[in-house]
Design a protein around this ligand. Structure first.
Ligand code: SAH
Ligand code: DHB
Ligand code: MG
Length: 225
């Protein structure tokens, strides 16, 4: 199987499953125009986030890693009108593009961007008594996946969903000696969640327009499985 075929199947899915959405298209174009890295979720993955938001009835969402706000917008457009998203981003330039995209989409009131290292802004959230969140999307710097997961556990409740992106990395996670610290971060994350009784987790491998990757879905069990 080739990348062209994966992309063609992704396009087929999109044509059949995803209504055209000029607002989301505009957000992507704005991110491109600002020369942000093109590593946002794909169209189908965005729709998957939307389906998951609806499934768990998420009204309070925490995202770690905003980029231009594309995944944020997918989740925002799937939640109810009284829903709220807090999204954490390190790069001021990314946050600026995201802020403009949220305003353009008419959802600026529902989304709060916290600029800074997530490992600094997460303790602030806790100190403010934020949460519990119904859904957490972990999609920032991969070496910190494990601490982000610990924070997600602190800031959720029984029944919450924690989604961790990019856990396959073209199969690189199978190499125990891989030099890429992002791969090592994902490997530490798997070691951390292995046998963690507070969550039940499954991983989904995906191929598509973004190559071969995947995500982990963890549902919070509460203190006991
Ligand atoms: N969720 C986005 C993609 C995020 S890409 C989408 O799918 O549309 C990862 C983002 O995490 C980048 O914007 C990067 O700047 C940000 N990031 C990297 N290190 C970070 C850190 N320590 N704290 C918060 N954000 C960080
Ligand atoms: C990378 C990060 C992502 O969040 C993603 O979805 C794809 C790639 C990266 O850092 O390479
Ligand atoms: Mg990602």
């Amino acid at each position: 199987m080739s990348q062209e075929q994966w992309t063609a199947v992704d396009d087929y899915f999109a044509q059949h499953l995803i209504p055209p959405d000029p607002v989301l298209d505009a957000a992507l174009q704005a991110a491109q125009a600002a020369e942000l890295p093109e590593i946002q979720v794909s169209l189908n993955q965005g729709q998957m986030l939307a389906v998951l938001v609806k499934l768990v009835n998420a009204r309070r969402i925490l995202e770690i890693g905003t980029l231009g706000g594309y995944s944020t917008l997918w989740m925002a457009r799937a939640m109810p009108a009284d829903g709220h998203i807090i999204t954490l981003e390190y790069e001021p330039k990314h946050a600026e593009v995201a802020r403009a995209n949220f305003a353009q989409a008419g959802v600026a009131d529902q989304i709060e961007i916290r600029v800074g290292k997530a490992l600094d802004t997460l303790p602030q959230l806790e100190a403010e008594g934020a949460g519990p969140f119904d859904l957490v999307f972990i999609d920032a710097d991969k070496p910190n996946n494990t601490p982000y997961f610990e924070w997600a556990l602190k800031l959720t409740r029984r029944g919450s969903l924690i989604i961790t992106d990019n856990v396959v990395r073209q199969g690189a996670i199978l190499d125990p000696d891989h030099a890429d610290e992002r791969v090592q971060g994902v490997q530490r994350f798997f070691e951390r969640i292995a046998h963690e009784p507070r969550v039940s987790s499954t991983a989904l491998q995906t191929v598509g327009s973004k190559g071969w990757d995947g995500l982990v879905l963890s549902v919070v069990n509460g203190d006991q499985a």
